[in-house]
Design a protein around this ligand. Structure first.
Ligand SMILES: O=P(O)(O)OC[C@H]1O[C@](O)(COP(=O)(O)O)[C@@H](O)[C@@H]1O
Ligand SMILES: [Mg+2]
Ligand SMILES: [Mg+2]
Length: 334
């Protein structure tokens, strides 16, 4: 039987040369993320049967109760990338500070740092709703063979060399970009191989879905309230459909396929919104732009924001280009 789908491994090798810094190092890094994703997927799929659901008992630096699967996924991704000696530094939602990996060893020639949200959508773990992993990759800016510093992590999103996510849903998919479009790979669990199932993914420029936690409506700025009302009005192709899974990865993935907008605005509850710039908004914004979509904080392009802290938050508006522009218009005119 001739195989119709290319494997992720074949795709990585075939496209290695189209990557301007191509030395095989980034390919090995994506491969190690692929491996860790399979290990985490195995646990996610049997969450409920094994002691992997519920709180782990600790809080992360953001004051959130860490779920057991947050901790497990964090360990697996860090372990895999460290064991394969493929990065010089890692920052994670579940780690207070960045981790330097052998970077002070002058023989250590690794150039990349990775920022990761090991388990996205933690509130959905125990209720069997899809969750994800998000990753963002940069070339270090400090000299090779010297210890990585915070500078290597606080780079604006427009300096990312690769970004992606894994969605653990009805099927498990790995979706990523190296700045040359966005491609999606589906895991065939029977043989543990990812196959190219969604080549050249693109946001439709317009959509009919809006994704926001309307439970926070009264706390939203007037511009956001006006935009939500606009989405709900009987006019033209509206009202749009409201869909909110509560896992950024899953809401983004659906909206990229069907057309839609995801909002996590600032509010009187969270002056800067909830989502983290470095390992949630920057990677999703890079993917969105590579898929002909758009991402901003309501005013400024996410990828041009200069980060100042590892776990800083920003308001997030992301999705189909025309929908994001309409939302920005409401914010400007409020
Ligand atoms: O429950 P809320 O306030 O609507 O927040 C949901 C959002 O928070 C997140 O769960 C934050 O991510 P983590 O689960 O990685 O902390 C997003 O995935 C999701 O979009
Ligand atoms: Mg998250
Ligand atoms: Mg998380």
């Amino acid at each position: 039987m001739s195989r119709t789908h290319q494997t992720l491994g074949e795709f990585i090798i075939e496209n290695q040369t189209s990557f301007k810094y191509s030395s095989g190092e980034l390919s090995s890094l994506i491969n190690s993320i692929r491996l860790a994703a399979k290990v985490v997927n195995y646990e996610v799929n049997k969450a409920g049967l094994v002691d992997i659901i519920g709180a782990a008992g600790d809080r992360n630096i953001q004051g959130e109760d860490q779920q057991k699967l947050d901790v497990y996924a964090n360990e697996k991704f860090i372990q895999t990338m460290t064991n394969r000696n493929i990065v010089c530094g890692i920052a994670s939602e579940e780690e207070d500070d960045f981790i330097a990996i052998n970077s002070q060893d002058e023989n250590h020639q690794n150039k990349y740092v990775v920022l990761i949200d090991p388990l996205d959508g933690s509130s959905n773990i125990d209720v069997n709703v899809s969750v994800g992993t998000i990753f963002s990759i940069y070339r270090r800016v400090t000299p090779i063979g010297t210890p990585v510093t915070i500078e290597d992590f606080l780079q604006p999103g427009n300096q990312q060399v690769a970004a992606g996510y894994v969605v653990y849903g009805t099927s498990t998919m790995l979706v990523y970009t190296t700045g040359d479009g966005v491609n999606g790979f589906t895991l065939n669990p029977a043989i543990g191989t990812f196959y190219l199932s969604h080549p050249n993914m693109e946001f439709p420029v317009d959509g009919q879905i809006y994704s926001v936690n309307e439970g926070n409506y009264i706390h939203f700025p007037q511009g956001i309230k006006n935009y939500i009302k606009y989405c709900q009005m009987e006019e033209g192709d509206r009202p749009y459909t409201s869909r909110y899974i509560g896992s950024l990865v899953s809401d983004f993935h659906r909206n990229m396929i069907k057309g839609g907008i995801y909002l996590y605005p600032k509010s009187s509850l969270n002056a800067k919104g909830k989502l983290r710039l470095l390992y949630e908004c920057n990677p999703m914004a890079f993917l969105a732009e590579q898929a002909n979509g758009k991402a901003s904080d309501g005013n400024q392009r996410i990828l041009d924001i200069q980060p100042t802290e590892l776990h800083e938050r920003v308001p997030f508006v992301c999705g189909s280009r025309n929908m994001v522009e309409k939302c920005e218009e409401f914010i400007r005119n409020a």
